[in-house]
Design a protein around this ligand. Structure first.
Ligand SMILES: *Cc1c(COP(=O)(O)O)cnc(C)c1O
Length: 346
């Protein structure tokens, strides 16, 4: 790996972060807060939230077995995706490499930040070759984006290829594990100490059932987390979100039950979906959704909309011609979808 200073944009490396009132006051117990120009009325929402979310990070560190200094929390994973571009990629000079197809936000953030986005096509099994990905890099490649399980294909990427990238790439490897809770593959969180260039993204939006609160996580070395924390908005995770996330962490057993149920439902839905006359091919899934090739994705998508059922049409995405992406719902929702597709006349 190059040094972190070589990878970081020079203006960011030397940036002195904004110091908020709540940053400067840390320590002894106080009861009179006249430092932040807050309104003394309307407790508790009158107060600015903890800018570093220490209580939440401390609880999270117990579940993730990663110390709080290795955790960044943001306004969804979307914030973390944007921040890695802003921290490491000089517009019009640096570039990033990503698998294709994958999650659309990487390219959107690259475009917003005016950073070249190089795509490397997956093979017919939706796997990637580390060699091909590395061949697409050059001196100015700062980041490689990997997503495992991948969206929209649903499958885990090969661990041996991910490890090869981690060993051989000189820049940072962003590994998006938004769907890892639904996979049998172990998380790369356990490998953080082994690979100083690894950045793992996870989210409260999927297995945790909290898409509405907008909370994303990034895990990396203390130095990388330090850079992301330095450039984030001071109060990027609001108080209501922090409270709700803490409440969820106290009922972790419930999330584990949801995951088990959703994996069982996925198996059921895939098995039944495979039998439909409109299904051409099923792709194996390690996520809470699956991709399926159908006879005519656009027609079937529109038919389902007419029935009040929304799935994701991925027809225009690389390698996903005539594919629908279907999220696993409750048994009742899944059966509603299956019943509608059974009576569909192509
Ligand atoms: C859904 C999803 C996320 C979650 O994004 P949030 O901003 O945290 O809601 C991240 N990555 C991938 C690949 C996803 O599909």
């Amino acid at each position: 790996m190059k040094t972190l200073q070589e990878l970081t944009r020079p203006n960011i490396w030397k940036l002195k972060p904004y110091s908020s009132a709540r940053d400067e006051y840390k320590g002894a117990v106080a009861s009179v807060f006249l430092d932040a120009n807050e309104n003394p009325y309307n407790l508790p929402h009158n107060r600015y939230p903890d800018p570093m979310q220490w209580e939440l990070k401390t609880l999270l560190s117990k579940i993730k077995k990663v110390s709080p200094q290795h955790i960044f929390l943001g306004n969804g994973s979307d914030e973390a995706i944007d921040l890695v571009f802003r921290a490491f990629c000089e517009p019009e000079k640096d570039n990033v490499v990503a698998i294709d197809p994958t999650y659309g936000m990487y390219q959107v953030c690259a475009d917003v930040n005016n950073v070249e986005y190089r795509k490397v096509l997956l093979d017919e099994n939706f796997q990637f070759s580390a060699e091909k990905l590395l061949a697409a890099t050059d001196e100015r490649t700062k980041l490689i984006f990997l997503c495992s399980p991948n969206n929209p294909t649903g499958n885990d990427l090969l661990r041996s290829e991910i490890e090869k990238i981690l060993r051989e790439f000189e820049g940072l490897v962003i590994l998006d594990e938004a769907y890892n809770d639904f996979s049998e593959a172990p998380s790369f969180l356990e490998e953080l100490d082994k690979y100083p260039n690894l950045v793992v993204f996870q989210t409260f939006s999927k297995a945790w059932g909290c898409a509405a609160i907008r909370l994303g996580m990034a895990f990396a070395s203390e130095a990388i987390i330090g850079i992301l924390s330095k450039i984030k908005y001071p109060y990027n995770v609001n108080q209501l979100t922090q409270q709700q996330a803490i409440a969820m962490l106290h009922k972790y057993y419930e999330i584990e039950r949801w995951i088990k149920t959703l994996k069982e439902e996925r198996d059921y839905l895939e098995e039944e979906f495979a039998k439909l006359p409109c299904t051409v091919r099923m792709y194996p899934s390690d996520s809470n959704f699956f991709l399926a090739k159908v006879t005519d994705a656009v027609k079937i998508y529109n038919y389902l909309v007419g029935e009040g059922i929304i799935v994701r049409n991925r027809h225009s995405i690389s390698l996903c011609c005539n594919c629908l992406r279907v999220t696993v719902g409750t048994r009742v929702e899944n059966n509603t979808l299956l019943a509608a597709l059974k009576k569909y006349q192509g």
